[in-house]
Design a binder for this molecule. Sequence first.
Ligand code: G6P
Length: 374
Amino acid sequence: SAAEKGGWDTFMRKEINEQPQAVADTLRGRIDGNGQIVLDEVRMSDQDFRDIDKVFIIACGTSYHAGLVTKYAIEHWTRIPCEVELSSEFRYRDPVLDRSTLVIAISQSGETMDTLMALRHAKDQKARVLSISNTVGSTIPRESDAVLYTRAGIEVAVASTKAFLTQLAACYLVGLHLAQIRGIKYADEVSAVLSELVATPDKITKLLQDMEPVRALAREVATRTEQRVLFIGRHVGYPVALEGALKLKELAYIHAEGFAAGELKHGPISLIDDGTPVIAIVPSPRGRSLLHDKIISNIQEVKARGAKVIAVCEEGDDITRVHADHVIETPASPTLLAPLLTAVPLQEFAAELATALDKDIDQPRNLAKSVTVE
Ligand code: G6P
């Protein structure tokens, strides 16, 4: 009913707009007055965390994309090797696990069978399992050694939005917690990142206030007869590109693919034709400017083959503005936290494009909210 949707026309739009609150709720009470992360409910001792020498993240779908982002953060902040694997592949290939391996299972529903089976395999190999879930008391948290709940509230739309952002927030907390108790060399950076993390809900609010240009671009792309949309990114922008493409596939039934921008020249660039929409996730021009330079070259490469480039970039990024056909600006943020912002316009883009094509964005064909078969 309309009341359940809180005044929005669909659950998906309602949930996109609940993201600032959902992220703030997920952070609340988990950072103390001294800037230390407190994850008491996680039931793993500091010593347990110190003993970890390897992290594996297992998840499916959108949760897998949250895992891919987390790998960049965990390895940079903690120097612990981290691998990310689709749950459905994990247990069939004899992964190397033991008592000092931390397996992080990410699942909104807490009931995804592929992830549950992967978790059981990890436990059989004596690994410790920490789950990140949005559903209190669901099977995956119950079977884990420890759990950190996201606090997105119930997510109704099949395509995940607010759960994804809260998974990122929870994963960042785990990464920063690991970094703090292991006494790492990036201590200053960790405390700076923490205060930036706390500031993100307000930035997401600001971003959501200015979505009409994104919707207009989506409606324009929807009118093209050849509907193929490519997403490119580097570093954490790469998993964001994958997530942007997944949203479009799920909602609009359009062939959309995300690529690591550096891989374009090794194949995917042959897909570019006159007018092919390419959405580029551009990292901040500050700091890691090398990455920024590289993606600008990638934008030039696809434009030279006729692509229409929509760039998601940081506000004030004048260089990108010169090269792209359209820009979608997001508030400034540290590189590793940028996915909390750059993913949002891609959700809006997919929702609007699918709506323009008359699709049911809350209940896409062939998909289920929670997949409890392997
Ligand atoms: C289904 C849903 C996706 C979700 C995936 C993993 O495919 O349609 O939106 O990302 O399952 O779900 P989970 O509950 O494990 O995060």
